[in-house]
Design a protein around this ligand. Sequence first.
Ligand SMILES: Nc1ncnc2c1ncn2[C@@H]1O[C@H](COP(=O)(O)OP(=O)(O)OP(=O)(O)O)[C@@H](O)[C@H]1O
Ligand code: SF4
Ligand SMILES: [Mg+2]
Length: 333
Amino acid sequence: MQDQPLLEVSGLRVAFPTARGYVEAVRGVDFSLRKGEIMSLVGESGSGKSITMRAVMGLLPPAALARGSVKLLGRELMGIEEKEIRRLRGSRMSMIFQDPLTALNPVLTVGDQLTEAIRIHQPRISPKEARERAIELFRSVAIPYPEKRMDQYPHEFSGGMRQRVVIAIAIANRPDLIIADEPTTALDVTVQAQVLELLSELCRVNNTGLVLITHDLGVVAGMAEKVSVMYAGSIVERSTVDDLFEHPRHPYTRGLLGSLPQMTGDIGRLSDIGGAPPTAATIPAGCAFNPRCDYAVDRCRTETPALETYGPTHVACHLAHTLPEYAEQRKTA
Ligand SMILES: Nc1ncnc2c1ncn2[C@@H]1O[C@H](COP(=O)(O)OP(=O)(O)OP(=O)(O)O)[C@@H](O)[C@H]1O
Ligand code: SF4
Ligand SMILES: [Mg+2]
């Protein structure tokens, strides 16, 4: 089907056991992604970004309890057998993590790891064909001298080159969906830009959907079409990148964009907001952001706001309909 979303996440909740019973780290997340689309997921540390996307991949810690719906090209993934989700991982969807060293096996050559990734999902391919395909993949991620580099071990590669190997493994079977969880944070700044450019180019060429978790607003602005902002386990605002940067509605989003210089040059990282975010066990009643929000009213302490639609933006704030104008007036008063 032409218009079928690539990924549809609805009502996703994830809870962890604690001494005081289960506490929810992801509290009802909804979003969708089309083929070839790039969405950024942003929010402070502990807001639930990684857990949300691990739930999509079926990669949660065993103690975690997940509910809700995750559909990949219309197919429900929640509750399917482990064997089946393992088959989909690496073939239809793959995940790239922050630290390429933990993703690679130190005692196998990078070539063996890449050919293994190819052969596990394409068992009929011959070793020679798998090696040729691996060399071609190394070439596509701009690893110089790919034939020679195939026989080296991860420690012989720089951080940036290692992350290219991980990207080559992630795209080896031309997945429909890639989830990249802060894929370049461990790399130095110039290498970060090259690796991200490569990843977005590969997604464009292959029409792969990409969810990119990042703390870097410059990356969001430069790469993504859509953005979702998470706070305390929920998406509090989601929109197109253009609209979110131009008209952020949620006070939390406005706070994150607070240090945003004009939309030129280095946009920078998420801004610090006064106070600390709650942990999963200490999320307050009402709007989870209320203890830190300058605009909070009584209702915010008792009633949880639902996501409502304003043009291309969906925002969960009781005052979202008045806030941009109100904030503008306060600024000029
Ligand atoms: N294995 C676990 N056991 C119990 N609770 C966990 C576990 N992993 C995560 N959590 C809880 O889930 C919350 C969300 O964690 P998550 O790793 O998704 O945050 P994040 O938004 O990715 O943060 P960061 O930006 O630091 O990577 C954490 O604050 C923590 O309370
Ligand atoms: S609902 Fe209330 S506390 Fe929450 S962000 Fe909106 S104004 Fe602030
Ligand atoms: Mg994380």
